[in-house]
Ligand binder design. Structure first.
Ligand code: PAF
Length: 274
């Protein structure tokens, strides 16, 4: 496995490889990332993983500085999965000067996560586009855990005619249902055992919809109250259309339930498709 920091030597080696599957990450790899890597490996032997904690997608008060950086462990895990190439640039490589060109995103990027983390998707889309331009992958794998991110990347590829196929990876969960995330390690023991309630409430909403409950607003409200009563601070619990990520109406059947909520200082997100 080769680890690259600079763009020129990465491009040189990639020019001889095809097709290329790409898995972008911010490092601190867990079983969720590794599942995406394995999915990529099934499509081609030439898998590139990137590790870069992208400043552009953090708000000033967010956890950019304390975001876990574990490059040696990450590289060991990637080499165990026979990843050929790791791109782990430092900030000077990706931002040699201030990143002044930033993508303007459609209004869906201002909803859900974007409502609570303004500018987040602009930062994500801009770095993903830069990474696509550097690596020029044929395929890129993104996890459904970040459902709205996956949607926005798919829209970016479609609307900007980028020559890359986006593949979605299923969310990997702990034994109690908690979606794996690097941020789970911020949780103390009591919070960790409470954390699975986020997924439990999504399951509960799903069961109610399947059994015929169509008043989506009251389902959202009840779920919010339930978590709030257990000590969570809920940013949103929303039932949306999968095809547009807009609020679902009675009778819609392509649904996804998306949620974001805080346990003390840790913000968790999750979603469930119907
Ligand atoms: O999902 C992530 O880890 C990040 O948002 C990504 C796609 C690597 C961009 O920084």
């Amino acid at each position: 496995m080769k680890i690259f920091n600079d763009i020129n030597s990465l491009r040189k080696i990639l020019s001889r490889k095809q097709p290329i599957a790409f898995v972008p990450t911010m490092g601190n790899l867990h079983a969720g990332h590794l599942a995406l890597i394995k999915q990529a490996k099934q499509l081609t032997d030439n898998v590139v993983a990137s590790i870069f904690v992208n400043r552009l997608q953090f708000l000033p008060h967010e956890d950019f500085n304390r975001y876990p950086r574990t490059l040696d462990d990450d590289c060991r895990l990637l080499s165990e999965l026979n990843v050929n190439i790791v791109f782990a640039p430092n900030e000077e490589i990706l931002f040699p000067t201030k990143q002044e060109f930033l993508l303007a995103l459609p209004s869906v990027a201002d909803t859900l996560e974007g409502e609570f983390r303004p500018g987040f998707f602009r930062g994500v889309a801009t770095i993903v586009l830069k990474l696509f331009n550097i690596i020029q992958p044929d395929i890129a794998v993104f996890g459904k855990k970040d459902y709205q991110q996956l949607y926005i990347v798919q829209e970016m590829v479609r609307q900007l005619n980028l020559p890359v196929e986006i593949i979605a990876g299923e969310t990997i969960r702990a034994h109690d249902g908690l979606a794996l995330s690097s941020r789970n390690q911020y949780l103390n023991a009591a919070q960790r055992s409470e954390a699975c309630q986020l997924y439990q409430i999504l399951l509960q909403i799903k069961r109610e919809i399947i059994s015929g409950h169509q008043d989506f607003l009251s389902l959202q409200e009840n779920a919010t109250q339930h978590l709030t009563g257990r000590g969570w601070k809920v940013d949103y619990i929303r039932i949306q259309k999968r095809s547009s990520l807009m609020p679902a109406q009675t009778g819609d059947d392509d649904l996804v339930i998306l949620a974001a909520a805080w346990l003390d200082k840790t913000r968790l997100i999750d979603n469930l498709e119907l």
